[in-house]
Design a protein around this ligand. Structure first.
Ligand SMILES: *[C@@H]1O[C@H](CO)[C@@H](O)[C@H](O)[C@H]1NC(C)=O
Ligand SMILES: *[C@@H]1O[C@H](CO)[C@@H](O)[C@H](O)[C@H]1NC(C)=O
Length: 354
């Protein structure tokens, strides 16, 4: 008899160990075909299962509250809103009446204020949902297309989300979320492409975002926002007041959207450090941020400004390349220890020399 391979032996050992503790050992692939309900299969799934969805249009909202579920779409899977919503813990997250297309959610979550326009803040999470992965879906036309709420190690990748009325993707109250290689777009100028309002350790990388008021909303200390491409937005990346240590690097931002002249208060910025502290804004390429000649508007490539109650302090804006912007760098802060250096730009010349 052939000896079992090392990996088989390990699998058997792992399963026996799990059997002692949990009386189950699952690692099943489940298929969903057009005409079936994805949610029904999610409801039947066991932690460890891989759910593979076949091409088709599915009129439903999905909720994932179990650990270790991998939900993958084959090419051509579209999720659209049902005529009547199925309320879940993501309902109302992006404002009264809003529903999520895909809701990855922990349990026993308490909420703080709803900022309008904006989303409900998460105060505490009783139980995080762990290791959920969602990939390959086209999610169209929900108030919030994909929500990660009270999750640990969620992985949302390679989805195409469009017409998210308020948000394309929102991760809130979570830990170690990874949002990568998604395409987020709208046909108008909707509110926010990707927003991260997590507890810690969020990574938002290699996404392509277009036609949102704010492409990337950075509301997590130490957020890693890198290698994204943002075009036709009013703000490419917006680092919120009081946020500490965000890293916004290697992003490609611009041009701005002509609709920003009348929306978003007449401002347009590639990257805005808005009363944030110790941000690292490096190696970004920002171009084409303009007011299109409108005298009522101000447009700039990278801005460092203050907000009531917080001055921009300790930020590092270095090694960025800025061109074809009305103003490359807007430095308008009473904060201290901000380093603006080694940027390849032209205006204002005193900030761009060297
Ligand atoms: C600028 O603002 C003034 C006063 O509100 C308005 O009359 C004018 O049409 C605006 N110009 C443009 C180009 O939007
Ligand atoms: C500065 O940026 C321009 C435009 O991208 C580029 O052509 C040029 O090579 C850059 N210069 C340096 C010194 O990196």
């Amino acid at each position: 008899m052939a000896r079992p391979t090392a990996s088989l032996a390990r699998a058997v050992l792992l399963c026996s160990t799990l059997l002692l503790g949990l009386a189950t050992c699952h690692d099943t692939t489940r298929k969903v075909k057009a005409g079936q309900s994805i949610q029904a299969v999610i409801n039947d799934a066991q932690p460890g299962d891989h759910i593979v969805v076949e091409a088709g249009t599915y009129t439903e909202q999905l909720t994932i509250t179990k650990n270790n579920i991998q939900l993958s779409a084959k090419k051509g899977v579209i999720i659209v809103p049902p005529s009547a919503p199925t309320p879940n813990s993501c309902s109302g997250l992006a404002g009264p009446g809003s529903e999520a297309g895909i809701c990855i959610s922990g349990a026993d979550i308490t909420f703080g204020d709803l900022e309008m326009p904006g989303h409900r803040k998460v105060t505490t999470v009783g139980h995080y949902v762990e290791n959920v992965k969602v990939e390959g879906f086209n999610v169209i036309g929900f108030g919030l297309n994909i929500a990660i709420l009270g999750a640990k190690d969620a992985d949302v990748r390679k989805n195409t989300v469009s017409e998210g009325g308020w948000y394309g993707i929102l991760t809130v109250g979570s830990v170690s979320s990874l949002v990568t290689r998604n395409t987020v777009k709208s046909s108008g100028l909707f509110f926010i492409g990707i927003c991260m309002d997590d507890k810690s350790d969020v990574h938002v990388t290699q996404n392509v975002i277009s036609d949102y008021g704010i492409g990337l909303c950075v509301q997590t200390n130490g957020a890693d926002v890198g290698h994204n491409k943002v075009s036709n937005c009013c703000f490419g990346a917006f680092i919120d007041p009081f946020i500490n240590g965000a890293k916004v690097t290697h992003n490609h931002i611009g041009p701005s959207n002509p609709l920003c002249q009348t929306q978003f208060g007449g401002f347009s910025g590639g990257i805005l450090v808005d009363g944030a502290t110790n941000a690292e804004v490096r190696h970004n390429d920002v171009s084409g941020i303009t007011d299109y000649g409108n005298p009522n508007q101000t447009a700039y490539g990278i801005g460092i400004v203050d907000e009531p109650g917080t001055t921009a302090t300790g930020n590092q804006v270095t090694h960025n390349t800025l061109y074809n912007n009305d103003l490359d760098i807007l430095f308008f802060t009473l904060g201290t220890d901000n380093e603006v250096a080694h940027n390849n730009c032209t205006t204002p010349s005193e900030l761009c020399s060297k």
